[in-house]
Design a protein around this ligand. Sequence first.
Ligand code: HEC
Length: 202
Amino acid sequence: MRLVSTLLIVAAAAGLAGCGPGAGKDTPPLWIIPDMKVQEKYKPQQESPLFADRSASRRPVVGTVSQENYYEDEGYHFGIVNGQYIGKNPLEFNDKVLKHGQRKFNTYCSPCHDRTASGGGIVGKRAGAVFQPANLHKQEIRDKNDGELYSVASDGRRTMMGYRNQISDYDRWAVIAYLRVLQRAGGAKMEDVPENLRSEVR
Ligand code: HEC
């Protein structure tokens, strides 16, 4: 008798498995205590008698400001104010900012642009002619202001994708500060090196 009832329980459990509400790969097959997924609610596009237009989905109240897409300082977030690139990097150039920018540049930009920013990173080498990272020492790129470079790093340009979602605002500005250092170093002359260090330059 005991064997029969055990078998019945096992069979019942097996039969119920996969029958839980919204059962899927990520949900438990059997919900003993239903969680908030199982509740009275309206789904998108559903009708509701509560409102005159019978639509359950309501528009935000007029004048609502999105917290997600509201930036007190648009220039800092986008590098653009009133359709114009902001000219100058808002960060102060100091050791901390530049070291931070170096770290982020080496992490995020160097796979394509290489650590010196000359565009010889591993990705371009493997991708061939179809995807060639730019040499960031080119005069036309040096001539761009900080806001434009920041905007490229944020939202991409032509074949380059943007890194807004991977790299924070502060980090992208630090990257641009460090990119200026690389550009400056790339065009440096012997006169730029302090005299006591010149003998060490090869
Ligand atoms: C996956 C590869 C890849 C990564 C990573 C990458 N870039 Fe690029 N980048 C490119 C390519 C390709 C181009 C050339 C785009 C074109 O002209 O079609 C480019 C072009 C540029 C340009 C020149 C845009 C212009 O006006 O011609 C700048 C500036 C730049 N990248 C900055 C950055 C910075 C800063 C980072 C790091 C945050 C970065 N890139 C990361 C591939 C990459």
